[in-house]
Every structure is written in C-alpha cells, then in structure tokens.
Design a binder for this molecule. Structure first.
Ligand code: URA
Length: 199
C-alpha cells in the first residue's frame, strides 16, 4: 500500500486571535477517500473541546440527517473552512479564512470527493467565491474549481439554522438526502462504506 501524507495540520500560528482562543487545531475527520465531503465554518466550543468538527447540537442534526439518508457519520468526511475556534464563536474574519484556505484546498485535493457539501453561508460563499442565498439555493449543485480540479458542490444550510427555525429542517434533510444520492452512496440504511462502485 502506498502511504500518502495526510491533510492534517499539526501546528499553525497564522491567526493570533485564534491561537489565543483555541485549545487545539480541529482537523477534518472521516475516510481520506470519502465520496462526500462536508465543509462547515469553524469549530465551536464543543468541537474545540473534543477536537472533532460538528460534535455539538449542530453535529446531532447533521448525524440525524445522514442517518435518514442511510449514512453513518463514519462514511463521510467532515471538515471546516477554519480549523481553530474563533473567540466567542464569532464568524471567522476574512483574513482568517484566507490563512486557512490552503489547508482546505489540500484536504479537498487529498480526499478527492465526488461531491462537496457546504454547510451554511460562510463555506458556501468561500467555496463558490460569490454571495450565496443559502435558504433559496439549498439543494442546488454547481461546479467550482477546488483542490486542483473542477468539483461538484451542493449548497446546504448550516445545521444550526434548523435549531433556530424548525421549518428549515425539511430543506436541510432534503439537501443531505440529495447529496447522498448524487455521491452514489447508499440510502438503504445499511451503513458501512457505501460508494456505489463497491457494490
Ligand atoms: N459549526 C461549524 O460550522 N463547524 C463545526 O465544526 C461546528 C459548528
């Protein structure tokens, strides 16, 4: 088997405010050849404490939607635009997104997913390099040049949006189900590695 250098960041001091506020760097989790790559904004308090993206209430919403689409969290890769927790959970600043951009690019290139799903406005706008009306565009698929290739990107709401507004849950779940479908992963609830090519 050929070993590949992973996309994890082990040390970084590019953003002084984030170095101050983080307790650790939160790298992406999941298979390094996942068909589906989810990209969020930045770690919050729970993620900073546990060292894993989307483990708080937003993570539960995402896990539930994945399960309903026949997927387990372990089947997909989950990462963020910024790997360190911003103070008081503020949005990452543009320069912080810029500082972390090459790490995400490297992760996308390394994982080479069939489909990227942006969770919320920040990753949507970052990856598509334009303004995005997330609620209106949820579930739409566009091509973008990322990680050295043209990639399919599915726009999705941030899972936290469904906690603030229950009526968004249907659109969120529908976008995740569409992502599972487009990436050719199982919707039979069977779990396990589920690239269509595996069957
Ligand atoms: N929100 C995000 O955007 N990312 C996380 O990892 C957790 C919450």
């Amino acid at each position: 088997m050929v070993e590949r250098d992973g996309p994890d960041v082990t040390a970084c001091e590019r953003c002084p405010a984030l170095v101050e506020s983080r307790s650790r760097i939160v790298n992406g989790v999941g298979p390094d050849d996942a068909a589906l790559l989810f990209v969020g904004e930045a770690p919050g308090a729970n993620e900073d404490a546990e060292g894993e993206p989307f483990v708080g209430r937003s993570g539960t919403v995402l896990d539930d939607a994945l399960r309903d689409a026949g997927l387990a969290r372990a089947d997909v890769r989950i990462t963020n635009c910024v790997r360190c927790r911003p103070p008081e959970n503020r949005d990452p600043h543009v320069e912080e997104l810029d500082n972390c951009a090459d790490f995400l690019e490297r992760e996308i290139e390394f994982v080479d997913p069939d489909l990227i799903v942006t969770l919320g406005k920040v990753p949507g706008e970052r990856l598509l390099d334009r303004s995005v009306a997330v609620t209106k565009e949820a579930g739409s698929v566009v091509d973008a040049r990322l990680g050295g290739a043209s990639r399919r990107v599915l726009v999705c709401l941030h899972p936290a949006a469904t906690l603030y507004d229950r009526s968004q849950r249907e659109a969120f779940d529908a976008a995740i189900a569409k992502a599972a479908d487009l990436a050719g992963v199982s919707t039979d609830g069977g779990g396990g590695q589920s690239r269509l090519g595996d069957y």
